[in-house]
Design a protein around this ligand. Sequence first.
Ligand SMILES: C[S@@+](CC[C@H](N)C(=O)[O-])C[C@H]1O[C@@H](n2cnc3c(N)ncnc32)[C@H](O)[C@@H]1O
Length: 241
Amino acid sequence: MDSEIIGQEDWGELQKNLEATIPVYDKINHFATLGQVSRWRKIVRKKLPDEGLILEIGCGPGSFAEDVRGRDLVCLDPIPEMLRIAKIRVDDKRGKRGDSRAKFVQGTAEDLPFEDNLFDTVCTLFSFRDWYDKRKGLSEVRRVLKPGGTLIIVDPAKMNYFHGFLGHFWMKYWVGTYARIVCKQKEHPWKWLTKTYINFGTTKKYTKMLIEEGFESVSGKVIFPGMATIWAGKAPELENS
Ligand SMILES: C[S@@+](CC[C@H](N)C(=O)[O-])C[C@H]1O[C@@H](n2cnc3c(N)ncnc32)[C@H](O)[C@@H]1O
């Protein structure tokens, strides 16, 4: 596994471990981020356009999607159990608010099961670092975005490699000990989240990757050092012929 590619065997193991996090996902995430995760999700929701179709890639158990209000929403994840839980949570909240039902689709970022130019916005929170081929995923996102559509990514990038070293200790000992207690097992699934955290690159690396993959107006901003960077970019507008 490196900062761009996760081999198929490792990715399969990662997915098994991500599935095992479902019952404790929100609890441990809240602890690991010092309760900041809700604030970061709010920042992304505020950036969503008022109208148009939104895709969340790697929706997990619906922790972000459930509070996307008043917009048409498609949630994608490779794990059927994540989608099952997300559907219950998201549609329950959407129903109570009078929003239309969301659509839940099984698939991966690297092979998006959608036609070209379909979405106004694509967002992906705490999932990009799990994609097994990040460049391929980004080129797929570009394909399904409408010209001028926006991509928003949130994930815990390092500011530099020394900083990554400190983050490694945070994840391994602080979060790892808590996960071990909550999961009541030594071989808890958070070990795999620590592995992807360690192998994830810097804010600058993915800002450059977005530009190289053809996104425009690209920005990468650290919103909490070592825990959350928010990247944004736009699919190119159609050129006048
Ligand atoms: C940690 S959860 C994130 C959940 C949610 N987005 C949030 O804000 O908390 C990461 C999700 O990304 C999904 N994922 C992993 N690899 C993926 C890929 N290649 N394409 C799309 N989703 C992927 C996992 O199945 C998992 O449900």
